[in-house]
Design a protein around this ligand. Structure first.
Ligand code: MN
Length: 247
């Protein structure tokens, strides 16, 4: 099995090293990741300049682009073969609920999925890398399942693992996305040259976090696996029909 790995934290992140170490037992691993932290890059592609690929001492490839660039280039031209599986992460911090819209970790996996490859995004639900090995063990568990029974077609899974010791993890649950409260206010400050500057504030807390959601699973000690789709259509079409008066 050929496994392509990327992330949004950069090729040097402990999370991508841990994920690559797990994946090597399951196939031929290639890492193509951003040269710097691109967390929050979402599904952006770099279209206004060319991209370069370099090799790190670790053997990992790194690019001056986004997570989506990395997976896109890796699948559409860097190599002469398509991977059987795309993995992304292990992200330093949660990607639950609305985070999935902004996440570069999820985006890297989504790019694999959009290009027809089963793809999984992994995140450790608390920043700081503590208990990264717990997330790695969940990745191993899922890869074992996937090896035993390959997915019937392209599939996109978003995995969040609570930052707890492995023995405290209760298991794995299939979940749906919850919702967050609105993000905290932007932080306004003044630059050394007197200009007003703005820092995007942190994400809001969990709002819709009841049973069945990713937030609920992780808060209760379960690893959360949310199957995602890229189709954003609101299938309840009638409210828009009624409002606009258009059939
Ligand atoms: Mn990140």
């Amino acid at each position: 099995m050929r496994i392509l790995i990327s992330n949004d934290d950069g090729y040097f992140s402990p999370g991508i090293e841990a994920l690559a170490a797990v994946a090597r037992a399951f196939g031929e691993v290639t890492v193509v990741a951003p040269e710097r932290d691109r967390s929050g890059a979402s599904n952006s592609l770099t279209l206004d300049r060319p991209l370069s690929v370099r090799v790190a001492a670790s053997g990992f490839l790194y690019m001056n682009g986004t997570p989506t660039d990395c997976v896109h280039v890796a699948i559409t031209g860097l190599f002469d073969h398509k991977p059987d599986l795309v993995l992304s992460g292990i992200n330093d911090g949660a990607n639950m609920g609305d985070d999935t819209i902004y996440s570069g970790t999820v985006a890297a996996a989504m790019e694999g999925y959009l290009l027809g490859v089963p793809s999984i995004a992994f995140s450790l639900a608390q920043r700081g890398q503590e208990h990264l090995s717990t997330a790695a063990s969940v990745a191993q568990d899922l890869l074992e399942r996937l090896t035993r029974r390959p997915p019937p077609g392209p599939m996109l899974l978003n995995v969040n693992v609570p930052a707890c010791p492995r023995e405290a993890l209760r298991g794995i649950r299939i979940t749906r996305l919850g919702r967050r409260h609105m993000g905290e206010a932007v932080v306004r400050s003044t630059s050394p040259r007197g200009d007003t500057i703005y820092w995007i504030g942190p994400a809001g807390g969990a709002k819709e976090a009841g049973p069945g959601t990713d937030f609920h699973a992780v808060a209760n000690g379960w690893a959360s696996v949310t199957p995602l789709e890229s189709d954003l259509t609101a299938y309840s079409l009638d409210p828009a029909r009624d409002w606009l008066g258009i059939e």
